[in-house]
Design a protein around this ligand. Structure first.
Ligand code: ADP
Ligand code: MG
Length: 394
């Protein structure tokens, strides 16, 4: 068990919080502030407990000086000021006298945001390479370190793993919620436990399948990856996106777990992946050579719903169709409508899945904010930045 923010007395302390403020910005304005909002609970807890708050975050990727202009955290400081209803002190540097003085002058209940941690990547990849000197420097600015940036927890950076291995540390509310929700669903689930798996390539999800197939009762496969499984089972899948390198893996899984893996029985096909090109819905056995499979058909939706209705725990990763074109997002939407009336623990993990189900947010108990980090958890990996946090009973 890892320490949480409630395990420390924060009064008069300089608390460094690693947040995930990697938000979309256009013309120096934040265009989606949901990640900033997700960090407010932890920030406000520190402020209510009379701490001095120092915030660290990355934004985008920084390879050269010109990337800096477009990836300053200044617009985030403005938006955060509005949301907290309090002035946020923004320091446009990642180290140096200006930052040190501002930290020393910080009073209880005040918030300071440091410039984009990845500005330190220009000179030797120090942030992303978890440089020890940089971690020591940032750690020297505070007394306690809180990790509340779930989206980067699968990576070892100076601003998460580095600082945590130097200062007394703990998890913030967002990371705590993310890890508890996913962990409970994967490992302490009420059965039947069903996984909906979709997305593009089997190759990207091999570790997820290997881990979950041992834990789940059923795995319902949609998306492009279904066509690789169907090909492995001997069906003609025309010109669908098939991941030929993974056919042997699919044959192996289908043989070992034939009662767990549920594949589509019909498909929505078209000759080209374009909105204006007509589509048709056919049984899997009637695939034409020149067609691409782009969504699950209505008989498959019905088949999947039988399994979902029995389930008590459901994890969903990967859209079941090419949802970027609206008409091929219908299978994904129909599954959301079915899930709405199902009484189970319902969790979504995965960057594209989260955007595909956006209109149906209310249907789910939890939608993970971290694509890569939630995938790493589905693969059964421990997250490096969480490993680095102080244990509860030392
Ligand atoms: P996540 O980011 O949630 O882990 P993935 O990245 O694995 O999900 O998969 C999302 C992608 O899979 C989307 O871009 C979607 O268009 C694609 N996809 C789903 N079904 C198909 C299909 N039948 N053919 C081609 N691409 C598909
Ligand atoms: Mg993706």
């Amino acid at each position: 068990m890892k320490k949480t923010i409630e395990d420390y007395n924060l009064k008069d302390k300089k608390v460094i919080i690693r947040v995930d403020f990697n938000v979309p910005i256009n013309n120096l304005k934040v265009t989606d502030d949901s990640r900033i909002k997700a960090s407010l609970k932890t920030i406000n807890y520190c402020l209510d407990n009379n701490a001095k708050v120092i915030l660290l975050s990355h934004l985008g990727r920084i390879k050269n000086e010109s990337d800096k202009m477009l990836n300053t955290l200044y617009p985030v400081s403005e938006r955060l000021s509005d949301l907290l209803n309090k002035k946020v002190i923004f320091i446009d540097e990642t180290r140096g006298k200006k930052l040190e003085e501002a930290v020393n002058n910080l009073k209880n209940g005040e918030v300071l945001l440091v410039e984009n941690t990845r500005f330190e990547d220009i000179d030797g990849n120090k942030e992303s390479g978890n440089d020890l000197q940089l971690a020591k420097y940032w750690a020297s600015l505070g007394d306690i370190f809180v990790n509340d940036a779930f989206g980067t927890c699968h990576r070892a950076h100076a601003s998460n793993v580095g600082i945590a291995s130097i200062l007394p540390s703990c998890l913030g509310y967002l990371v705590l919620k993310e890890t508890t929700m996913l962990n409970n669903a994967i490992n302490k689930n009420e059965k039947p436990f069903t996984v909906i798996l979709g997305g593009a390539k089997v190759k990207d999800k091999i570790k997820v399948i290997e881990n979950l197939v041992t834990k789940a009762d059923y795995i319902l496969i949609g998306g492009a990856m279904a066509y690789t499984f169907l090909k492995a089972r001997g069906y003609n899948v025309g010109k669908s996106l098939v991941d030929d390198d993974s056919i042997d893996f699919c044959i192996d899984i289908l043989t070992k777990y034939k009662d767990k893996i549920v594949l589509p029985i019909d498909t929505v096909n078209a000759k080209e992946i374009k909105e204006e090109v007509p589509h048709n819905e056919v049984d899997i056995t009637l695939f034409k050579e020149d067609e691409i499979g782009l969504d699950i058909g209505s008989k498959t939706v019905e088949l999947f719903s039988k399994y979902l209705k029995m389930s008590k725990t459901i994890i969903w990763n990967g859209p079941v169709g090419y949802f970027e074109i609206e008409k091929y997002g219908l299978g994904t939407k129909k599954l959301c409508q079915i899930l709405k009336n199902i009484d189970a623990l319902k969790i979504v993990g995965g960057g594209d899945t989260a955007s595909a189900i956006l209109e149906y947010q209310n249907v789910f108990d939890h939608i993970s904010t971290g694509g890569g980090a939630s995938l790493a958890m589905l693969e059964g990996k421990t997250l490096k930045a969480i490993d680095a946090i102080s244990d509860k009973y030392e």
